[in-house]
Design a binder for this molecule. Structure first.
Ligand code: 6PG
Length: 475
């Protein structure tokens, strides 16, 4: 009986496209979907690629059609559905077989699943896949975590199906257990920040300057040819220039301004906080989506504060400033994302290669951009204090870009236009270039009310206290 090299469970949009990609690259693949008619329809529409497909009507059939050690990709909704598929599959597998979760899993789940399956002698790979439907079909960015030897077994398939950056596959192994899914989570966090910052530019131009959607879209189209070249700027330009067939209006004008979120941006912020990090641009982007969801409240607020006039003295924001501000804020968002990866790597002993993360994101994924190549080079050369914003490649750009960012944030604030991610980026940048901050007072306050102690700047002595303890006692 002919044997398939790999299997895939879950023929939704992502699974169907990923499996066609695998088949197209010459790897026979066994496919299974819980609803059998979905499998039939999928194979019927696969054209010539159907020759590479081994449709299975039961999990038993799927397992039987695979060469050993077996490798089976699960592409179902993240969460309970993944556990349920794993539970059905494990009794059918032999020691040394491998299950690959290619969904957007929470990396804590991936760590748990890896630990549980390794007790059964099975390998579990947590694999982040980015690039949406188109990426899955023609070349996604792939972030793998789990046993390195297992990765080597499927490496040729993953490299063949992935996007390429000048011939280099955008697929890599990042470390054990949840490392790959964590890298994907942070990718999504940066994706949130990038999307939000682009939306803030749109807001400043729409509400501050009264520019049309098409006009703003054309500006993005121009920026996409310069330093800001990126998939997200490109598609933003396209979205803004698209006309809704039904109403004849720009499509953006008929889309309700309530952003959905499946959870990865929120997870990024939650994990960051628990690791003592605060990626303010990502947090701001998550907040902006959450705030967007309370539209009724915002409508009520608009009516309630209608008499509030914009402050006088707001400078006109130039397109050039907006472009530079977006560039600076984007560099800051990546700096924060990379810092988070570094902190998680230390916490979980992943030994993450941050340059490889940036390299894998150069093509195929949603945050792909020309600038990522340079970021990867900056990381490879070594980041001063571990910070991208201090890298010689980017520090100069921030000198110029941060002034533009400051003018944009100041003018937007005076006009009453919310720019939470831009403001968060600026606050972070200003904090990181302030040798003496203001938490000396916070430490004083903590010591005053709780005797928490502080470090003396002059002698370096720790656990010092102010004289206020006796003040309290005598008052
Ligand atoms: C990708 C995307 C993808 C994500 C969607 C929706 O890398 O291809 O990040 O994984 O699921 O973009 O995410 P939200 O619903 O959270 O916006």
């Amino acid at each position: 009986m002919a044997q398939a090299r790999i299997g895939l469970i879950g023929l939704g949009v992502m699974g169907a496209n990923l499996s066609l990609n695998i088949a197209e690259k010459g790897f026979p693949i066994a496919v299974y979907n819980r609803t059998g008619s979905v499998t039939d329809d999928y194979v019927a529409s696969a054209g010539d690629l159907a020759q590479q497909l081994f449709p299975a009507k039961t999990l038993e059939d799927l397992v039987a059609s695979l060469s050993t050690p077996r490798a089976i990709i699960i592409m179902v909704q993240a969460g309970a559905a993944v556990d349920s598929v794993i539970d059905s599959l494990t009794p059918l597998l032999d020691k040394g077989d491998m299950i690959i979760d290619a969904g957007n899993a929470n990396f804590h789940d991936t760590r748990r699943r890896e630990a549980e399956l390794s007790k059964l002698g099975l390998n579990f790979i947590g694999m982040g896949v980015s690039g949406g439907e188109e990426g899955a079909r023609h070349g996604p960015s792939i972030m793998v975590g789990g046993d390195k030897k297992s990765f080597e077994v499927i490496r040729d398939i993953l490299e063949a199906i992935s996007a390429k950056h000048h011939g280099t596959p955008c697929a890599d192994h990042f470390g054990p257990d949840g490392a790959g899914h964590f890298v994907k989570t942070v990718h999504n966090g940066i994706e949130y920040a990038d999307m939000q910052m682009i939306a803030e530019v749109y807001g400043v131009l729409r509400d501050g300057a009264g520019r049309s959607a098409a006009d703003i879209g054309k500006l993005f189209e121009t920026w996409d040819k310069g330093q800001l070249q990126s998939y997200l700027v490109e598609i933003s330009g396209k979205v803004l220039q698209t006309i809704d067939e039904k109403s004849g209006q720009p499509i953006v004008d008929i889309i309700v301004d309530k952003a959905g979120q499946k959870g990865t941006g929120r997870w990024t912020a939650i994990e960051a906080l628990s690791l003592g990090q605060s990626p303010s641009t990502i947090e701001a982007a998550v907040a902006a989506r959450s705030w967007s969801s309370v539209k009724d409240t915002r409508i009520a607020g608009e009516a309630l504060f209608a008499e509030l006039e914009p402050e006088k003295g707001a400078a006109k924001i130039s397109d050039d400033d907006l472009e530079k501000a977006l560039l600076a804020a984007k560099i800051i968002a990546y700096d924060q994302g990379l810092n988070l990866l570094s902190a998680a790597s230390d916490e979980y002993d992943w030994n993450l290669d941050l340059a490889s993360c940036a390299e894998v994101w150069r093509e195929g994924c949603i945050i792909r951009s020309t600038m990522l190549d340079e970021m990867a080079s900056a990381v490879r050369e070594g980041l001063p204090q571990g910070n991208l914003i201090f890298s010689p490649r980017f520090a100069q750009r921030l000198v110029e870009g941060s002034s533009a960012l400051r003018r944009v944030v100041a003018s937007a604030a005076l006009q009453g236009l919310p720019v939470p991610a831009f403001a968060a980026a600026l606050a972070y940048f200003d904090t990181m270039r302030q040798g003496r901050g203001t938490t000396d007072l916070v430490q004083g306050q903590r010591d005053f009310f709780g005797a928490h102690g502080f470090v003396r700047i002059d002698t370096g002595e720790t656990d010092q206290h102010g004289p206020w303890a006796s003040d309290i006692a005598h008052s």
